[in-house]
Each structure stands twice: as structure tokens, then as C-alpha cells.
Write a protein that binds this ligand. Structure first.
Ligand SMILES: [Zn+2]
Length: 308
């Protein structure tokens, strides 16, 4: 009895994460039914509409937009049972520098207000680039980029998201940052899904990719450190990135990484992901979150200033 359930779940997770069509007939049927309902924006996976009269009714049943990614419903993400799949993924960590000394200098109310502002600005920047928000804890945010949502260019999306995040912190060619933040991005294959136990579960990614991203972030300040597999996808966009070899905690051998400054990047690069290759994605683009999906939001270098 437990085996078929497990298999069905893994198929469901693979469908979401890799962008493959779901194998389970029940899910396919629900999807077809939801797709027939009117709605301008809907869940990429189950096609439940988010707007319109029925959308509001369905929200009561738990089909509202996920807070981890507004393109999925909470039923497909947060409320989905435990499970996941090993898939290609990019993981991003952004961390506030000098958080400990900040907590000593400022009142807890001031620190809380600053962190709230950090979470809001960071998640806004990340969600614009098809991130699924992972843990948000203390002074750091984590984001996961999977092919099922970000397309084949998920690594490029992760770098673009890191850059948007730094820009949102005020790291621009002309501006002054209001918070010291470092970003780390790593790519590879690892386990992604709803992980937990004892009544608690969370959507996250577990493995070496996550560890590497977290370690890289610790070496970045006001810029972004990305590992070699990530850089492979964006080398054309950032030909001037500084190559470095870092001794990361928990790693025996030095890790090759590339440091990207916000002001860096070519003003005309190759087009990023072919989004038309997505399987199981509705044509409707979510609009109710105020997110924009014009081509340029997907391009790492849309706001690049020419390198001097
Ligand atoms: Zn859904």
C-alpha cells in the first residue's frame, strides 16, 4: 500500500521540479478540470485558477498562491506530502554581513525592522526570477531554482536573482547600499522537495550544492560568488568575473569560484532560457502579484552598466 503512494508522489515532485508531465492519472484529470475554469493566472502545476469567483472559492480549499512561489498553489507546494527528487538545481544564499555586531549596536526593534526590510526586498528580487523561497532564518535567505519553474536557464535565473537582490540592497553603480549583504550561488544535482518529520515539513534542497552555496556566501560581501558549474551558464554574460580558489569549510580541496560585481556584465548577451520548452505550464502569466514577466526581467544584464 505504501509503495504506490510513494511512487506517485515522486512522479508528482519530478513533474513540478523538472517540468515533466505528471504520471498520475488523477492529477492529470484534476489539471484538465482546473484548466477549463476561467482565470487569468493559475498554478503552473495543477492549473488551478487564482483569480475570478472560482479562484476565491478554491483558495478557501487551500489552492491559494504559495508564499514560496506565486506561480504555484499552496497545495502543490507547502501542503504537498513529504517527498522529492534528485534534480538539477541552483541554490542561492544571501546573508547579512556583520549581523552579530549589528544586534549589539542597535535595539532589537531596530534590528527587526531592518531584517523585515531585508526579507521583503530580497524575496521580491528573488521571486522576480522564478525562485522558490527556501528557508528564511535569522540574517539569511535561501532560494532554489529548478528547471520546472525557471526553465533550462535556471542557473542564469539564479545569477540574475542574486544580482537583483544586491541591487535591491542599494548596490548599484551610483547608489549606496543600506545593508551589507553577500550572495553565494552553487549548481548541481541534489535532493529537492518537502523534507521533514514529526509534523513539520518544509520545501528545501539538501546536499552538497546547498552546502557549497552557503559556504560561498560567507566569502562574499557586496558581491556574488558563484561556483564553476554556475559560471559555465553565465560566462558569456560576465567575461570579466574574477576567478578565485577558495578553501571552504568542510571541503578538502579548494573550490573554484567566480566573483561577480553588480556593476559587471555585458550589455548584450545571449538570450536566456527558452521558456517555451516548459512542459505542463499554462499560457497565462500570473499578474496578481504585480510581477512582470517581460523578456528583460529574465536577462541578467538588462540593467548593466558598461564596464569601465
Ligand atoms: Zn497547484
Amino acid at each position: 500500500m505504501e509503495t504506490p503512494t510513494f511512487v506517485a508522489m515522486d512522479a508528482r515532485w519530478r513533474a513540478i521540479l523538472r517540468g515533466e508531465s505528471p504520471a498520475a492519472p488523477a492529477a492529470r484529470l484534476a489539471r484538465r478540470l482546473f484548466a477549463a475554469l476561467p482565470g487569468r493566472s493559475r498554478c503552473y502545476f495543477c492549473h488551478v485558477p487564482f483569480d475570478g469567483g472560482l479562484g476565491h472559492a478554491l483558495r478557501v480549499l487551500g489552492y491559494g498562491q504559495s508564499r514560496k512561489n506565486p506561480h504555484l498553489c499552496a497545495r502543490c507546494l507547502e501542503a504537498a506530502p513529504e517527498g522529492g527528487a534528485v534534480i538539477p538545481v541552483s541554490v542561492l544564499f544571501a546573508d547579512v554581513r556583520g549581523y552579530t555586531s549589528m544586534t549589539e549596536r542597535a535595539t532589537s526593534l531596530e534590528v527587526t525592522a531592518l531584517l523585515q526590510r531585508f526579507y521583503a526586498a530580497a524575496s521580491g528580487a528573488l521571486l522576480r526570477h522564478e525562485a522558490v523561497l527556501g528557508q528564511i532564518a535569522g540574517d539569511e535567505v535561501m532560494a532554489i531554482f529548478v528547471p520546472g519553474l525557471a526553465g533550462a536557464g535556471y542557473r542564469t535565473s539564479a545569477v540574475a536573482a542574486g544580482r537583483s537582490l544586491l541591487q535591491a540592497m542599494g548596490y548599484t553603480a551610483t547608489g549606496k547600499n543600506w545593508l551589507d549583504v553577500g550572495v553565494g550561488v552553487s549548481s548541481g544535482e541534489e535532493y529537492v522537495g518537502n523534507v521533514g518529520g514529526g509534523g513539520f515539513k518544509d520545501f528545501t534542497a539538501i546536499g552538497d550544492v546547498t552546502n557549497t552555496a552557503a559556504r560561498l556566501q560567507a566569502h562574499a560581501s557586496g558581491n556574488m560568488l558563484i561556483d564553476a558549474p554556475t559560471y559555465d551558464a553565465v560566462a558569456d554574460l560576465f567575461p570579466g568575473a574574477e576567478r578565485c580558489e577558495l578553501q571552504l569549510k568542510g571541503k578538502e580541496l579548494p573550490v573554484v569560484a567566480f566573483r561577480i560585481q553588480v556593476s559587471e556584465g555585458r550589455s548584450s548577451g545571449p538570450t536566456v532560457p527558452d521558456r517555451a520548452t516548459h512542459v505542463g505550464r499554462g499560457e497565462d502569466r500570473p499578474t496578481s502579484t504585480g510581477m512582470t514577466h517581460e523578456k528583460e526581467s529574465n536577462s541578467v544584464d538588462s540593467r548593466a552598466t558598461p564596464k569601465s
